[in-house]
Ligand binder design. Structure first.
Ligand SMILES: [Zn+2]
Length: 414
């Protein structure tokens, strides 16, 4: 991959400083001419999720071919997230060719393990920048794609720029009771105690409300969009909840409204006539900005309220801070999207999953998450799915977006 990039983008490799971090991640530095301006970091990731062998035969083009056919570039990673890596480098290569030099120092950081948490990639790059006392003004990382044709009667593309992302908390619950023979069962067993506790957790989620990012999202979208019950939605895993929220009474809005609760593992017992003494469950929470891990744990302990259940934290990180969507840099991102993809309606939003951006958050004043590619209703499932592809004309817009972004970042101070 590194050799390929060197061959594709010779000017980038001649002009920028290139560092390899944790063996596989890349950090490019393009020094700016005006040290009074804060540096900017554009992030992407080079790793991809695997191709499920069970579905490999359903790929129209081999998943690692990078075939260009029927107006598309096909392959695993074309959307998530090679388009950012290649799009940024393509833009820089072109800008260098045009004689452009940045006023701000520009960093381009491409991790190699985003899909498994970015611990060796983005986190180490952030640590390297921290050790050099670098404070970033703006970070732009991958995020939600620009959706098209999602809403009936609304032709304009819609960009939801992530100004925050949710945190995560995974806990393990272990219920212990006496075991016994199933012919003389106790009134309560480890299974029933744990099932009741998980049921209570699901029935009593953290409180939700239309505030913060959700409020801003609706405030930006309201005047632009003729939202109505006539909207016909495809099964968009990342966009559906927003629209469902607008369709009052339809479940599934929780993810934007609150910290969500999802039991993901439940296990106990291994013989049909033995009542097990131990039952185990894993529950995964996605934290809304404003809810802390400690607050969720307090809530869990209060809701479970059962000394027979041991609660252990397995993993977790706090929700991100929220970038102000009324800041000049948000307007700059908004303007840039409009220049690359005209007529796009741009609103701030909450990213429900996790991105590498969270590792750069402590270094940066403004963090934005966006994948500047248009996707139709049928295309979103291709991310991490079968027949991932990007339209050639969309990829051109991606390159134009990053070139314009770099130009705008280096015109008037943001
Ligand atoms: Zn990604």
């Amino acid at each position: 991959m590194h050799a390929l990039l060197g061959g594709f983008y010779p000017r980038v490799h001649r002009t920028l400083q290139r560092e390899v971090v944790s063996e596989h991640s890349l950090l490019f530095t393009w020094p700016g001419s005006d040290p009074s301006l804060g540096p900017v970091l554009l992030a992407g990731h080079m790793d991809v999720v695997p191709v499920d062998p069970a579905s490999a035969s359903r790929w129209i083009q081999p998943p690692f071919s990078g075939a260009i056919a029927d107006g598309f570039i096909w392959g695993r990673g074309t959307l998530d997230n090679k388009m950012t890596v290649m799009g940024v480098l393509e833009a820089v290569e072109a800008l260098i060719g045009q004689g452009f030099t940045p006023r701000r120092t520009m960093y381009f950081a491409f991790g190699h393990d985003e899909e498994v948490g970015g611990i060796r990639g983005a986190k180490e790059i952030a640590a390297l920048l921290t050790s050099r006392n670098i404070n970033l003004d703006i970070v732009v990382d991958e995020g939600l794609p620009i959706t098209e044709g999602v809403m009936d009667g609304v032709a304009d593309p819609l960009a939801v720029v992530g100004v925050a992302e949710k945190g995560l908390l995974t806990i393990e619950l272990v219920a212990s009771t006496e075991s016994g023979h199933s012919s003389v069962p106790l009134r309560e067993t480890a299974i029933s105690v744990l099932a009741a506790a998980v049921h209570r957790l699901q029935d009593n989620p953290m409180p939700g409300s239309v505030d913060g990012v959700l409020h801003d999202m609706l405030a930006f979208a309201g005047p632009e969009m003729p939202f109505s019950r006539r909207m016909v939605m495809a099964n968009l895993w990342l966009f559906g909840p927003l629209v469902e929220f607008l369709l009052a009474g339809v479940p599934g809005t929780d993810a934007f409204l609150r910290t969500t609760t999802a039991a993901t593992i439940f296990s106990a017992g291994n013989k049909d006539n033995v009542v097990p003494s131990v039952a185990r469950s894993v529950v995964n929470f996605r934290l809304k900005p404003g809810d802390t891990i400690e607050a969720v744990l307090d809530h869990v302990r209060a809701v479970i309220d059962d000394s027979r259940i041991e609660i252990t934290t397995l993993d977790g990180w706090e929700a991100s801070k929220v970038t102000d969507p009324y800041s000049p840099s948000f307007r700059m991102v908004q303007r840039t999207i409009g220049q690359a993809i005209p007529r796009t309606v741009v609103v701030p939003g909450l990213v429900l999953g996790a991105t590498d951006a969270r590792h750069y958050e402590s270094l940066a004043d403004h963090v934005y998450r966006l994948s500047p590619t248009r996707l139709g209703p049928a295309d979103v499932d291709r991310i991490h799915g079968v027949n991932e592809r990007i339209a050639v004309h969309s990829y051109l817009e991606v390159v134009q977006f990053y070139a314009q972004l770099i130009r705008n970042l280096n015109s008037d101070p943001q």
